[in-house]
Design a protein around this ligand. Structure first.
Ligand code: DGT
Ligand code: CA
Ligand code: CA
Ligand code: ZN
Length: 579
């Protein structure tokens, strides 16, 4: 349990007291306690155990009781009582940037506002602006705050957030007084969606650094600017907003802060528990034994002193990596990838020709490529008839002869049809060097008679000797379309038994299979192929999101077929076909 969490609870009590119109003295008591707890370098649970809570500034007898209550039960009765008294959705208004508890109390008491929707109504009809002390300007600000909240409640996909975060990181690095800077939080962990971007930097002139940060040209709005922390909003290419937090810390705490702000929260909670059990204290300033700092400047040292191996950030989700017996394996990196095995060209719905795609792949350092245009049933994606496919195979052979130290494989992305059969007959698939089999239509449960479930369809494709890999196995589109209901464990087992690989589609809209599914896949002994599904030469860049996702799934280079040299990779396909 962290000091920050208890501090937040007291802060919330203060907010609710203020909304309820309680007296200032009582409200301030809770706020003061909240600040004390937030800035505390000792673990509050430890202080409680030693009966030393009352020594803290601003902490009286009744507060001691409440802190103990929280430590024992995870909540405080007073908070529940306050929440029960107010309309359920009223405290939500506090999430609106620029709207404080005083105003919330005012709109509640004067206008009967109890929810975000109510608030919108009184903004529209002008009653809010007519309240004493508000006026047109502050209402505009509140309106902006509501719009931000709506746009940011949807999390941002990794592939959208990461390039923006990296550009900002570059700018932070060039601010005077910044010695080093790193991305932290979910973006450092390579999570598939990002709530907000966290950047950490080392420096001593905190306030000056924050001032420059909030004035960067990319910043569209400033949420907060303090001595060590700044929060801003940037507008993304799609028009929605993304919050970016910068924290400035001293060198002796840089590693501890990096550890803390990289998270995840679950990972941090587990680590803090381990420290406490060893009689130590862990927070964003370091690992302490009493007043003595055991580690702080270097992130890895924190783990070492706790008796743990330092896990790659992508693994920090409390999924076993906090066990002293856990030992890291060497996770796959972008450099391990030798070829891309699912890309489209102008022959179906891609933007570049075979030759353009091949040259760009070679420029990336790849030594092979599989062209996998859509099959005949995918009419909207301009799928190829059998004749068109055979022509394409001939054309690929032609371009291939003009390449040196590079091989283009003739492939297809063949639909798995609703009944479970493939879109091309086996004799046609046999002419391809490489076959991706994917479900594109009828993704729901098989309701009609004679139709197979997505799991059955996938299993049928896995058993086909010509199918090399199952494309985007769950069919999800992040933030847009839910995954199909399929039995991943069963599919992974069948894939292992049949030497059929499962795809990790690296497109940031898909990231399919996802991290936990990849873990199941490699545990079942099945192989993975990581492909960009590029529809243009620029699409190759998606590979990095696939690599981050693979790392989150604990995937090593050995687990992935397209890390193998061309000859070994072709041998793997031959073996499967001859079984
Ligand atoms: P996000 O932004 O929702 O994608 O996820 P994160 O992981 O980036 O979370 P964020 O930005 O709220 O906080 C950054 C890190 O700070 C988080 O990964 C771990 C740490 N942290 C934040 N809140 C807490 C907390 O209540 N307890 C602990 N132990 N750590 C926290
Ligand atoms: Ca974050
Ligand atoms: Ca954050
Ligand atoms: Zn596809």
């Amino acid at each position: 349990m962290s000091n920050v969490e208890i501090a937040r609870t007291f802060e919330r009590i203060a907010d609710l007291l203020e909304i309820s119109g309680e007296d200032r003295f009582r409200i301030n008591t809770y706020r003061r306690v909240s600040h004390t707890l937030r800035d505390l370098t000792q673990d509050v649970a430890e202080l409680a155990e030693q009966d030393r809570l009352a020594e803290l500034p601003g902490v009286g007898k009744s507060t001691v009781g409440k802190i103990k209550e929280y430590l024992a039960t995870g909540t405080i009765d007073l908070l529940t009582e306050l929440e029960d008294k107010l309309p359920d959705e009223l405290p939500d208004l506090l999430k609106i940037p620029g709207l404080g508890p005083k105003t919330v109390a005012l709109v509640h008491q004067e206008l009967g506002v109890g929810s975000m929707d109510d608030l919108r109504v009184v903004i529209e009809d002008g009653r809010l602006a007519a309240l004493p002390g508000l006026g047109k300007k502050s209402v505009e600000k509140i309106d902006e705050g509501i719009a931000f909240l709506a746009s940011s409640s949807g999390r941002t996909r990794l592939g959208v957030a990461l390039p923006i975060a990296e550009a900002l990181l570059d700018q932070v690095l060039s601010i005077q007084g910044v010695r080093q800077a790193t991305l932290a939080g979910s973006i450092r962990r390579g999570a598939e969606t990002i709530g907000d971007v966290d950047i950490l930097c080392e420096g001593t002139a905190g306030e000056a650094i924050i001032t420059e940060f909030v004035n960067l040209s990319a910043v569209s709005r400033v949420l907060a600017a303090g001595k060590t922390k700044g929060s801003v909003v940037v507008v993304m290419p799609n028009g929605s907003e993304l919050q970016v937090d910068l924290r400035v810390v001293a060198g002796e705490s840089y590693g501890a802060a990096l550890q803390y702000f990289s998270g995840s929260k679950e990972h941090n909670v587990r680590l803090r528990e381990m420290a406490v059990r060893q009689g130590l204290r862990l927070n964003e300033y370091g690992l302490f034994d009493g007043e003595k700092q055991l580690a702080g400047a270097c992130e890895e040292d924190i783990y070492t002193r706790l008796g743990l191996s330092c896990p790659a950030p992508e693994l920090r989700e409390d999924r076993g990596e906090c066990d002293p017996k856990w030992s890291p394996s060497k996770l796959i990196t972008l450099d391990d990838v030798r070829g891309d095995l699912h890309i489209h060209t102008t022959a179906s719905d891609g933007a570049n020709t075979i030759e353009e795609m091949a040259r760009a792949a070679q420029d990336r350092g790849y030594s092979y490529l599989a062209i996998c245009d859509h099959s005949r049933s995918s009419a909207i994606a301009n799928g190829l008839s059998i004749e068109a496919l055979l022509e394409l195979i001939a054309e690929i052979g032609e371009v291939n002869r003009g390449m040196t130290d590079f091989e283009i494989l003739a492939g297809t992305e063949c639909d798995i049809l609703a009944g479970g059969s493939l879109d091309y007959p086996d004799e046609v698939l046999a002419q391809c060097d490489f076959v991706v089999a994917s479900i594109h239509a009828a993704m729901g449960k098989a309701v009609r008679k004679g139709k197979a479930t997505p799991t059955e369809r996938t299993l049928a494709a896995i058993a086909n000797p010509y199918v090399t890999v199952i494309g985007h196995p769950t069919g999800r589109l992040i933030n847009k379309r839910a995954p199909m209901e399929i039995d991943i464990a069963g599919i992974a087992e069948a894939a292992a038994a049949n030497d059929t690989a499962l795809e990790l589609n690296a497109s940031h809209q898909r990231l399919d299979l996802k991290d936990l599914h990849l873990r199941l896949t490699v545990e079942a002994g099945a192989k993975v192929i990581i492909s960009s599904d590029a529809h243009s030469t620029k699409g190759y860049e998606q590979m990095r999101y696939g690599i981050l996702t693979a790392r989150r799934g604990g995937v090593t280079a050995d687990d992935v077929i397209n890390t193998r040299p061309l000859a070994a990779f072709k041998k793997w396909i031959r073996l499967k076909r001859s079984r």
